[in-house]
Design a protein around this ligand. Structure first.
Ligand SMILES: N[C@@H](CCC(=O)N[C@@H](CS)C(=O)NCC(=O)O)C(=O)O
Length: 212
């Protein structure tokens, strides 16, 4: 049995964040597939694992963690990589992870879900609203990255890994990073170049999607 088990599925950019971390540091880890699109996240068994009904969940021995930001924070403590050099940097990383969770990932992920996976099409007003919200988050990140290679400090940290959760699902939402947000495209290419980087569909089970 692997040292770390990540409850995840391929389409989950939130699960990709810890999956990518674990792969980048060469951890002994294994994915445990959650059949999200067939309701596995809503079962009593899964709610006993995470009362929030959310993926990802990380198991490490007796430790069970949810919320990708908390998991990344824990993994930095375990591996000492992609972390902070001092408390000021730790707070700056936390600031970007919170921004990612409520504005960058949250809007892109919801928009992408509605485009690709929603059981029925949403009203155009809803889609326009989601597009606008996604663009607000993207603009903030792009401006921040105009003058720097990574989000905090001069090297990749868990802030980058968190914010990168959904950027590699190209063609699943109508943003072309290279055309629309060149600083985000350049940053994503730098993350892609890290040894151990893999696309979410290569790292986690469940792609292509099978609806049963
Ligand atoms: N802030 C959470 C978000 C987790 C999340 O929303 N996961 C999705 C899958 S990508 C989920 O399980 N959603 C179920 C729901 O919203 O009810 C994190 O970063 O872990």
């Amino acid at each position: 049995m692997a040292e770390y088990t990540l409850h995840c599925f391929a389409q989950s950019g939130n699960a990709y964040k810890p999956a990518l971390y674990l792969n980048l540091v060469g951890a002994d880890w294994a994915p445990r597939f959650v059949d999200f699109f067939n309701g596995a996240g809503r079962t009593p068994e899964f709610l006993a694992i995470n009362e929030m009904g959310e993926i990802p969940v990380l198991d490490h021995g007796e430790v069970r963690l949810t919320q990708s930001g908390v998991i990344l924070d824990y993994l930095v403590e375990q591996f000492g990589q992609f972390g902070w050099r001092d408390e000021t940097e730790r707070r700056e990383i936390l600031r970007w992870i919170l921004f990612d969770n409520h504005k960058f990932t949250a809007n892109i992920a919801t928009w992408r879900f509605l485009i690709n996976f929603a059981p029925k099409p949403m009203a155009p007003e809803v889609m326009d609203f989601m597009k606008g919200r996604a663009k607000v988050g993207a603009k903030v990140l792009a401006q921040h990255l105009e003058s720097r290679d990574f989000v905090v400090g001069d090297r990749p940290t868990v802030a980058d890994i968190s914010l990168a959760g959904y950027v590699f699902y190209e063609n699943e939402y109508p943003i072309d990073w290279a055309r629309d947000y060149p600083p985000i495209h350049a940053w994503a290419e730098r993350i892609k170049a890290l040894p151990g980087w893999k696309h979410p569909y290569e790292l986690m089970p469940g792609y292509p999607l099978k609806k049963g």
